[in-house]
Structure formats: C-alpha cells, structure tokens
Design a protein around this ligand. Structure first.
Ligand SMILES: NC(=O)c1ccc[n+]([C@@H]2O[C@H](COP(=O)([O-])OP(=O)(O)OC[C@H]3O[C@@H](n4cnc5c(N)ncnc54)[C@H](O)[C@@H]3O)[C@@H](O)[C@H]2O)c1
Length: 344
C-alpha cells in the first residue's frame, strides 16, 4: 500500500456486479480461478495480508441461522481490501431459495473507497470449491482417484463437482449421501448428465466412505455426526468443507491440514472440539500453503483431512480477479455519483 498524501486522487466510481456477471467469468475459467486461490494462499502465508477473525452474528430466536462478516486486506500482486457479508439461513431451501446469500465490497487501497459491490454467493462458493480441489490435488498428489464420495449434496458440493470436472479429474465412480434423498438423486442426475459412469446414491454416510479414496463433506451439520473411526481406516483424503461433521476422535486419528490454524481452531469446528479434548493443537500438521511449498507432506498410511475455514483473503482474490475481467469488458453497472459531491 502506498502512502502519498500530497498526490490528488480521482474520486473512485462504484460498480455493481450481479451473480450473472460473476458466473460468466468463472464458467470456463475454473483452472485460472484455482490458480488465483493458490496465489492468494501463498501471498497470505508470506504475511502480505491482514485477515481479522470473522465476526458471527447469530439470532436468539433463530439459532440455526447466522450472518458472518469477513473483512480482509490482501497485498502483493492483489493489493485490495474489502469485506464479505454472508448469510446462512438453512431453512431457506425448504422455502424455495438457496441457503446462503452474500455481497462482497472491494475497497481501493489508495483512497479506501469501495469500488465494487458484487453478488458474492458465487464468488464464495467458487473460492471454496477452488480451495477444495487445490487441497485435494496437494494431498492426493495428482488428479486421479479410484472413487469419490460426497456427503451433503447441496450447492457447495455442486460447485466442487464443477471444479473437479473442469480440471479433468479422473475417477472410477461416485457415491452420494444426503439426509434428503431427493438432493442426492438430483446430484446423481447432474453427474450422469456430465457423463459420469458408476454413480450411486447410498443409504448411509458410511457408503460415501467405503472404497472412496477422496471424500467430500459439504453438509450443514452443526455438530459432529460421523463418529466411527472405521470410516477413515482406509486412509482417504477428506475435504472437510463443512468443518463440523467429524467427531474429534476421528480428527485426532488423522493428519490434519487447514488454511489458517488460528482461524480454523475456533467456533466449535471439529478441529476446535479436538483442541478442547486434548488441550493443544499439535494434531494440526500444517496449512495448505505448507503443502504447496513442500514443507509438510501427507502420510499415505493415515487419513488426511483438509478443513479450510474459508479466509476473507480468498474472496478478495477471486473477487478482484472477477472484477478486473468484468471492468476490462466494461461489464457490470457503474453507479454514477454514488459518492455524491466530490468536495465535502
Ligand atoms: N469452509 C469454507 O470455506 C466454506 C465456504 C462456504 C460454505 N461452507 C460450508 O459448506 C456447507 C454446505 O453449504 P451449501 O451451500 O452446499 O448448503 P446446502 O444447504 O445447499 O447443502 C447442504 C446439504 O447437506 C445436506 N445435509 C445436511 N446435514 C446432513 C448430514 N448430517 N448428512 C448428510 N447430508 C446432510 C442437506 O440436505 C443439503 O442437501 C455448509 O456447512 C457451509 O457452511 C464452507
């Protein structure tokens, strides 16, 4: 960030980007999106970021719902600040609309002015899925597995699938479990329409682990529901995106990786429950940046669990990538005079 107080600044303009604007940029460019997320992790690990703890707003009369704010600054090649404001209302799907809704504000780091207001459920889901496949590749050591299992066949699971598909992952079959069988069936239809062979909806979560060497957890469980250590006995790679599915005992028996240890070991995540059980965090082996740098590696004899908390810096990185591309094409909608008089 530069500090040149004597240089006059032009009043920044605010641009509004819709979900469709965002999706157009992500579709067809998912490999680039993964690379953006990789570079954001590297920049964050190099200390060129400020990523305060997310704040969780909860409601006494609606305990399953929350709105989270994720302010952040990401320097290096990105040089952007901003905040994601993302709501999770799990009762929404039963009432016909998606669970999560979000906006992302990008701030110019010269003047502090917000320069973009972006629909952010797509950015959020994309950066989450991108970080998942990045973690999967680092832990699997390539893009080929025997069979993939999915527990929780909702929106995030769908985005993870699109990233696996677009990055040409090779696999022999897919097992899907969801508490709501209709969700699992719908997901299976999507996979089949994409040409996947050997797709099965299974009756229990365990069926999405058996013979699956890559398991994706994308439920909305608030408390651990996967408690049998036998689930991990065959040493799969587990993408624990929903963060609260695995009982602490399973966490303690596995090799654990996350995005940022201080962020992830809190808010009653499975990592946090494990810490409360044993009184330390030595069971967290490293971060994805450590894996990418090769300073930690996977032990193939044990299950590897990747539990990324989801950092605001990732939203900024993907948001800026999308914003710059949309701006270059003069897309989105500029809001004239949003900031009113230039001189106040
Ligand atoms: N780590 C991150 O960076 C990050 C980012 C975004 C979202 N998430 C998490 O991803 C999860 C999924 O989000 P989504 O938008 O896909 O939600 P969603 O509501 O669209 O889908 C969740 C699915 O899980 C199913 N489900 C709920 N409990 C289950 C259980 N115990 N076993 C099996 N299936 C179950 C539901 O029926 C539903 O189909 C949420 O927990 C969300 O917080 C994580």
């Amino acid at each position: 960030m530069t500090d040149t107080p004597s240089t006059p600044l032009t009043l920044p303009q605010l641009r509004v980007l819709t979900g469709a604007d965002v999706l157009r940029q992500v579709e067809g460019n998912r490999a680039t999106c993964v690379d953006v997320v990789r570079r954001a992790y590297v920049t964050h690990a190099a200390g060129r970021s400020v990523n305060p703890e997310s704040a969780f707003l909860r409601f006494p009369h609606k305990p399953n719902s929350r709105i989270i704010s994720l302010p952040a600054y990401l320097g290096g090649e990105f040089e952007v600040a901003g905040i994601k404001w993302i709501a999770s209302f799990p009762d929404n799907p039963a009432r016909g609309i998606p669970r999560a809704s979000a906006v992302l504000l990008l701030n110019d780091t010269e003047s502090g002015y917000p320069i973009a207001a972006m629909e952010s459920s797509v950015i959020s889901a994309s950066r989450t899925a991108a970080s998942a496949v990045l973690g999967a590749e680092a832990l699997v050591g390539g893009r080929r597995v025997e069979r993939i299992g999915l527990v929780g066949a909702g929106l995030i699971g769908g985005h993870v699938w699109k990233f696996l598909r677009d990055l040409n992952w090779q696999f022999g079959g897919f097992r899907i479990f969801d508490l709501d069988r209709a969700h699992a069936e719908r997901f299976a239809q999507t996979l089949k329409a994409d040409g996947v062979q050997d797709v099965e909806v299974v009756e229990e979560a365990a069926g999405a682990f058996t013979d699956c060497d890559l398991v994706i957890l994308t439920t909305v469980a608030g408390e651990p529901h996967l408690t049998d250590p036998a689930l991990l006995a065959h040493a799969p790679v587990v993408l624990h995106l929903s963060l609260r599915d695995l009982a602490p005992e399973l966490i303690l028996g596995a090799q654990n990786f996350t995005d940022d240890i201080d962020h992830a070991v809190r808010e009653r995540t499975s990592l946090h429950l494990a810490e409360q059980l044993v009184g330390h965090r030595d069971f967290v082996h490293g971060t994805i940046a450590d894996l990418l740098a090769g300073t930690v590696s996977r032990d193939p004899e044990r299950a590897a669990v990747f539990s990324p908390f989801g950092l605001g810096v990732l939203d900024l990185a993907v948001g800026k990538w999308v914003h710059d591309a949309v701006l270059a094409a003069d897309g989105g909608q500029q809001v004239p005079d949003f900031y009113g008089e230039a001189v106040r």
